[in-house]
Every structure is written in structure tokens, then in C-alpha cells.
Design a binder for this molecule. Structure first.
Ligand SMILES: Nc1ncnc2c1ncn2[C@@H]1O[C@H](COP(=O)(O)OP(=O)(O)OP(=O)(O)O)[C@@H](O)[C@H]1O
Length: 221
């Protein structure tokens, strides 16, 4: 059963004639890592903005658990069901790792009894111990920052994790570590993990690999 389904999506930016996405269809299930690979300008960011409910397709339909995003409250969908991981981490650099997670939980109105304990549990899950959790982001390595970014994306327990070039700023070993964490979240915690990248290395971690080329999406393996 798909958690997310794209049916015959096309997309044109307002006021432009170019079709940026050309009739693309794809189904996403829980428990799998999906990698969408494409060159610069292929349409990766556009697909992500549609999947995450920032915008609606020009034609076609996107559904989440069988319900069209057109009918859902998309702010609510984004806040509850989607976790985002960014290439540049997007953390508050002058706050600690722990504070970043707790703040994010407060904004998403988490009902956890102890936000701090829950945040520490999430951080431990991605390999950040308590000492590191209490350090300011500025004093963490890139790989550690991305692990905090993943913990933050998990803090409202979303069904879908979307990672936009999550290892774009990291070296090979660190890339492996981050991709293994994302893989574990899919395989052991049943998250639907969607990664967009231009990196061939990242594609090795895919349960399903798709290629995006000038707005056309094709199944690779
Ligand atoms: N706001 C916009 N208005 C008009 N055209 C846009 C806009 N944003 C992107 N495009 C165009 O849509 C196409 C796809 O862009 P998109 O940003 O989705 O590609 P991408 O694969 O994410 O590229 P990159 O890897 O460089 O981020 C490109 O031709 C781009 O010029």
C-alpha cells in the first residue's frame, strides 16, 4: 500500500511556458529508500516542493494515504507527515544540538512529556551522545550537524523523510554514515525515505532508483 502516490504530474512555473515536469508517475511505500537522481535543472527541487505540499501540480494528482493533497490541509500535512533534511543542514548555529531539536518540537506542538528526554533519545538514535548534544552547532563537524538535522526531521514522527542532497557537503566516509542512518530509518522504522541527488554514490543506497532527466522520470532499478 503506497503512502504517497504521484499520478501523471505535470508542472509549469507561473508565467512560464516550459513544462518542468512531464507527466510523471511514481508510488512510494513505507520501509523503502527511494533515490531520484538527476543533473542540475532536471526538476529535482520542483518534485520535492510538490511532494512536500509547498505547491500543487499544474495537472495530475498527488495523494497521501489515498487522499489527494488538493483536499488535505497542506500546512498540516507538512507539519505532521513530512520531515525535511537539507544539504546545508539549516540548523540554528548558535544554539546547541539539543536546543535545536527541543525548539523544533515546541514549534510543532509536540505532546511529549519531556521534550528534552525525547530529543536526547532521537539524538542517540543518530549517534549523537549527550556531551555532543550539549555543544553548539558551530562546534560540530558537518557529519554531526547532518545527524542533528536528521534527528530534527524525526522530531514530529513523520511518515515521510525527504532529503535534498543530504551528503552534498560531506566526504565519502561521512556520506556512508549518513546514508546508512537513512537506510536504517527506512528498513527498521518503516519510514518512507526519499532522497534527491546528483551523486552516483548515494544511488547505491536505493531500494528503488529513479532518474529524472529534463522533467521525465524513469525507473532505473
Ligand atoms: N521559480 C521558477 N520560475 C521559473 N522556472 C523555474 C523556477 N524554479 C526552477 N525553474 C526551472 O525549472 C527547471 C527545474 O528546476 P529545479 O530547480 O527543479 O531543478 P533541480 O534538478 O533541482 O536543479 P539543481 O540540482 O540545480 O538544484 C529548470 O529549468 C529551472 O530553470
Amino acid at each position: 500500500m503506497s503512502v504517497l502516490s504521484l499520478e501523471n504530474i505535470t508542472y509549469k512555473y507561473e508565467g512560464t511556458a516550459k513544462q518542468v515536469l512531464k507527466n510523471i508517475s511514481m508510488d512510494f511505500e513505507p520501509g523503502k529508500v527511494y533515490v531520484i537522481m538527476g543533473k542540475s535543472g532536471a526538476g529535482k527541487s520542483t518534485v520535492l516542493s510538490l511532494i512536500s505540499g509547498l505547491d500543487l501540480p499544474t495537472s495530475g494528482n498527488i495523494s497521501f494515504n489515498g487522499k489527494s493533497l488538493k483536499q488535505l490541509d497542506r500546512d498540516d500535512y507538512r507539519a505532521k507527515s513530512i520531515g525535511l533534511v537539507f544539504q546545508g543542514y539549516n540548523l540554528l548555529t548558535n544554539a546547541t544540538a539539543l536546543e535545536n531539536i527541543v525548539l523544533s518540537m515546541s514549534i510543532s506542538k509536540s505532546v511529549e512529556k519531556s521534550k528534552k528526554q525525547f530529543a536526547l533519545t532521537l539524538l542517540r538514535k543518530v549517534g549523537i551522545d549527550e556531551e555532543t548534544a550539549n555543544r553548539k552547532i558551530l562546534k560540530l563537524s558537518g557529519g554531526e550537524q547532518q545527524r542533528v538535522g536528521i534527528a530534527r526531521a524525526l522530531s514530529h514522527n513523520p511518515d515521510i523523510l525527504i532529503a535534498d542532497e543530504p551528503t552534498g557537503n560531506l566526504d565519502g566516509d561521512t556520506e556512508k554514515n549518513i546514508m546508512e542512518i537513512l537506510q536504517k530509518l527506512a528498513h527498521e522504522e518503516n519510514k518512507c525515505v526519499i532522497v534527491v541527488t546528483h551523486s552516483k554514490h548515494v544511488s547505491k543506497y536505493a531500494d528503488e532508483l529513479w532518474g529524472l532527466n529534463q522533467g521525465n522520470l524513469v525507473f532505473v532499478k
